[in-house]
Write a protein that binds this ligand. Structure first.
Ligand code: HEM
Length: 387
């Protein structure tokens, strides 16, 4: 494997991926558990699968429906936390998972969501574990959980197809799509559902958790984000849902999310494989080799970001900062994250309710780990009170 830490070359590789004959190359543990979808497809199949995904979560759907629905979901999720000590890592994971699942499948009994969550967490943990397929290992349990998830989803698909009742969710759209231009099989629909849940799980939850952490440690930023959200609430009745226009006004919140992603990077690098010998700056990378486009250090490079270790969301309010060549927080080129806006709006709405409803204090003794994943190994415990 070649490891490349030069942001210019990395950007060039991502933008010209198809032309250079690069294909996606996720680790086998992810590929085997998550399936053939985004983790394996290239070329025209990739374009088609990506098209289906964008029809669900792209800008149009986002503007017309998703923000309102997510706001409704966050209101009930963040209800009644005052007076409690909670693990914000666990809450953020629940928020990321249930937020996605309720968009995908609505109107099912609680038992469905609970069994789904239990299996999903096992599957996720298996995909992050060493590839040892013997009973008792996390990888083994992850594979088993994936088989059970398939069975659960196959049953649900059959039930939906046999029923004339309509539902306002992604599954309904995926079934309708399968009858029309996209022509997806049941297997593909299931892969799509798993992809949305998987890709938006740890990425969203760890960013939400870390933004709470950074806001706690930086009172001036906390004050600024509260002002932004109280100003939005001033023009609305309490029961009125936050809409797309409100979301577009959350510019400081967006900056907090970018700054959190920069400092606590959830995606260290991206992996590609060459399909023919590739010459880069006079060096030949042989056919079949992997290239690891390592981007973590770029985010902390003083050449690009002044005082790179300081949490300074204001830097993202400068014009053009998000579109700088060295910013690859959401990837670049034909595989740039299709869930980018969805993830930003989900975390923004979470923060909207969290900072306006509550104050919080960290409980002593929390530990954080930044590499290889951003996690609090024993949880991030906070004491919450009414604002
Ligand atoms: C803070 C949250 C997120 C971050 C930082 C993030 C980051 C990324 C990055 C860096 C890539 C590029 C991968 C590559 O080129 O190999 C990517 C791809 C992808 N992301 Fe996200 N993501 C986030 C949230 C989401 C969400 C919520 C969804 C789901 C709806 C999602 C769905 C995807 C998919 C399907 C791909 C593969 C795209 C393709 O291969 O065409 N992501 N993401």
């Amino acid at each position: 494997m070649i490891v490349c830490m030069d942001p210019q070359i990395n950007k060039y590789l991502l933008i010209n991926e198809a032309k250079l004959g690069l294909t996606i190359a996720y680790p086998d543990s992810i590929k085997n558990i998550i399936g053939v979808n985004m983790a394996e497809v290239n070329g025209t199949v990739h374009k088609r699968v990506r098209g289906i995904l964008l029809s669900l979560i792209g800008p149009a759907a986002h503007r017309d429906r998703l923000v309102l629905k997510m706001d409704k979901c966050m209101r009930s999720f963040l209800h009644n936390w005052a007076g409690k000590t909670i693990d914000i890592q666990q809450k953020a994971r629940q928020m990321a998972f249930m937020g996605s699942l309720e968009q995908i499948v609505q109107d099912e009994p609680n038992s469905f969501y609970e069994s789904f969550e239990d299996l999903f967490v096992k599957m996720f943990s298996g995909s992050m574990s060493p590839l040892i397929n013997i009973p008792g290992t996390k990888y083994y349990q992850g594979l088993k959980a994936r088989v059970k998830l398939n069975a659960l989803l196959e049953e649900l698909l059959a039930k939906r197809k046999a029923s004339s009742v309509t539902h306002d969710d992604f599954l309904e759209q995926l079934i309708r799509n399968s009858d029309s231009n996209y022509n997806s099989s049941d297997e593909e629909i299931i892969e799509q559902i798993i992809t949305i849940l998987y890709a938006g799980y740890e990425s969203v939850s760890s960013t939400a958790m870390m933004s709470v952490k950074y806001l706690h440690d930086n009172p001036r930023a906390l004050q600024a984000i509260r002002e932004e959200h109280f100003a939005l609430q001033q023009n609305k009745r309490p029961e009125e849902l936050t809409n797309w226009n409100d979301y577009k006004k959350m510019s400081f919140t967006r900056a907090v999310i970018f700054e959190t992603l920069r400092l606590a990077n959830v995606v260290n690098g991206l992996t590609r494989r060459t399909t023919s010998d590739l010459e880069l700056n006079g060096i030949i990378i042989p056919k079949g080799w992997k290239i690891y486009l390592y981007k973590r250090e770029t985010n902390l490079d003083p050449f690009f970001y002044q005082e790179p270790l300081t949490f300074n969301p204001w830097r993202w309010l400068e014009k053009g900062s998000e579109s700088q060549n060295y910013n690859m927080l959401y990837g670049a080129g034909g595989r740039e994250c299709p869930g980018k806006e969805l993830s930003i709006s989900r975390i923004s709405l979470f923060l909207h309710h969290f900072v306006t409803k509550y104050r919080w204090e960290e409980v002593e003794g929390n530990k954080l780990q930044f590499y290889p994943r951003v996690i609090a190994p024993e949880g991030l415990h906070i004491r919450v009170s009414e604002y």
